[in-house]
Design a protein. Sequence first.
Length: 187
Amino acid sequence: MGALPDEPVRFDLEEYLKLEEVSEARHQLIRGEVYLMSGGTERHDLLAQLVNAEFFAAYRGTGCRVFTHNRKLLIPAKATVYYPDVFVTCARSAHRLYESDANIIVEITSPSNPPRELAEKLFDYQTLPSIETILYLEPDKRVVTVHRRLDVSWAEHQVSMGVVSAGKARLDIDAIFAEVDATAVAD
């Protein structure tokens, strides 16, 4: 299969999954349109690894599964497939190539993420039946935006220090960002 044109191409889920199986690059399916994903920065990757390690340790042996940026998450109601940076699902696997539910999702943002894109992704994630918490981590600002499901609504707040709880996991924001700062190559 050749390269995708610059303009988004319309695919159904099966066509998209076939593309992803043969493509060296990763793509997202957003409302039936396929978009090429960009690569992450060193800070992004380090932060994802540290957060994944905390979630993996917290959920090991519980029956829940923790995935990193290589596992697809289908948003069934939206004909959309994302690759969250980290997510936890306690549901049975939906398919060998993707999950269709999550309890916790972590996205690590970058300056190239326009606010509209982040808002759309947030609203899409909020449609998942088991979703409890969505975290947006901003590596350059050292800020975590926490979105928590309440009974019938959502609460949002930002944290720049201390501990953020998400399900069984506890993320020490100061320690995680300090390790990224100590490990990453200076700009």
